[in-house]
Write a protein that binds this ligand. Structure first.
Ligand code: NAD
Ligand code: MG
Length: 394
């Protein structure tokens, strides 16, 4: 039985994790739940799963939730702020942290969870993009498991089972191509937030949906795979596969290509991570190769001249150090401004490129520690904020 602390339980991955736990109450206990500020959803989850502890980043909302729980006669302890996230990631009563917070905010609690000897089931890719060089060695040092939830990385992980790492030649990471697949730069100038939020195959949180539209998501995933599987970014190819049935492939040194398939649903990769090293029950719709949309699986290359953030991810991933952290922070700032309707779609990309360029002399020879990563994240947001303000006033 896994004893779970779910960080970001009110989000898309958090809710689907609870769906897995709900289906198999004898396989999981839910000991802790956290959110940023959505206490209504958290309250309902607490009522159902009765965790010992919960935590809310927004302190006012935490006080509100505490009162609500008290009047409902529910004894779940309420923690607050970033400290609360760290505490729930290191509780004695848990063995697994589910990292389902969005963005860089997920790094610190996951880092402490590893220090505390917990297995990490990770959806929060930004943690590995910014901190992979610290996180992965720490995983090995502490002898805990890194259980990938991101569907492509789960696919790669499953394909690698039983294979020797030195036999891995290349990774072929698949991408749906997002809502703007096939568009020109001119067309991208005028897309709306509504268009960008309309993903063709996946239903996800706002930030990752925009990342899928800019293809930054695939860029982040290249760096995520680099850290998880110890392979150079230049050995990871992006394959645009709009049906999202093949979740990724690996090529072995003899030329064999292995793929993992399934209907697009995050429930399965979550289940694969949480039942590791075993296999859980069948929860998702059965795979039917003759069903509609299955008979025509297509593959095309990614146009990195249109979706330039993919190219930047290869570059920053290869440079390593603090470069990916800068790219990630600038992207988070720009995506939030885009979602708030403040900047245009291609301004996301422009902000990220300019921030990386501006910070290049500062980070070129900087040392890499958890503290320098956190400081760099803060600095990059300041630079990105200035660029965004300039764009708003243009
Ligand atoms: P979401 O926006 O739906 O949910 C985010 C969760 O994090 C919410 O519970 C929110 O309250 C919490 N949160 C937000 N800011 C926080 C903060 N500062 N501190 C603590 N908690 C905070 O996001 P999502 O789509 O579930 O994505 C979560 C992560 O999983 C992201 O890193 C994303 O890239 C990754 N991921 C998501 C999917 C998917 O299908 N949604 C697939 C693969 C990977
Ligand atoms: Mg993915």
């Amino acid at each position: 039985m896994r004893k779970l602390s779910i960080l970001g339980s009110t989000g898309s991955i958090g809710k689907q994790t609870l769906e897995v736990a709900r289906k198999a109450p004898s396989d999981f206990t839910v000991e802790a739940l956290t959110c940023g500020s959505d206490i209504d959803t958290l309250f309902d989850q607490i009522k159902e799963f009765r965790p010992k502890v919960c935590s809310v980043v927004n302190e006012e909302k935490a006080v509100e939730l505490e009162a609500k729980l008290k009047s409902a006669g529910i004894a779940t302890e309420v923690l607050k702020g970033n400290e609360g996230n760290i505490t729930v990631a290191t509780l004695d009563c848990i063995d697994t942290v589910v990292g389902a917070i969005v963005g860089f905010a997920g790094l610190e609690p996951v880092y402490h969870g590893i220090l505390g000897g917990k297995d990490i089931a990770l959806a929060n890719k930004e943690t590995l993009v910014a901190g992979g060089d610290i996180i992965m060695p720490l995983i090995r040092e502490k002898g805990v498991n890194m259980l990938p939830i991101d569907s492509e990385h789960s696919a790669i992980w499953q394909c690698l089972k039983g294979e020797k790492r030195e036999d891995l030649d290349r990774i072929l990471i698949t991408a749906s191509g997002g809502p703007f697949r096939g568009m020109s730069r001119e067309q991208l100038e005028n897309v709306t937030v509504e268009d960008a939020l309309h993903h063709p195959t996946w239903n996800m949180g706002g930030k990752i949906t925009i990342d899928s539209a800019t293809m930054m998501n695939k860029g982040l995933e290249i760096i995520e795979a680099h850290h998880l599987y110890g392979i150079a970014c230049s050995k990871i190819d992006v394959v645009v596969h709009p049906q999202s049935i093949i979740h990724s492939m690996i090529r072995l040194k003899d030329g064999s290509v292995l793929a993992q398939m399934g209907r697009p649903s995050m429930v399965l990769p979550i289940e694969v991570a949480l039942y590791y090293p075993d296999r859980g029950p069948s929860i998702v719709t059965e795979f039917d190769p003759f069903a509609e949309g299955m008979s025509n699986l297509t593959f095309e290359p990614c146009d990195t001249e249109v979706f330039r953030l993919v190219k930047l991810a290869y570059e920053t991933g290869d440079k390593g150090g603090l470069y990916p952290a800068v790219m990630n922070a600038a992207n988070e700032s720009a995506v939030m401004s885009y979602l708030a309707g403040k900047i245009r779609f291609l301004d996301i990309e422009r902000t990220v490129f300019e921030t990386v360029e501006k910070m290049d002399p500062i980070i070129r020879n900087a040392s890499l520690t958890i503290e320098t990563i956190e400081q760099t994240d803060r600095d990059a947001r300041v630079y990105a904020g200035e660029i965004i303000n300039r764009k708003i006033n243009e």
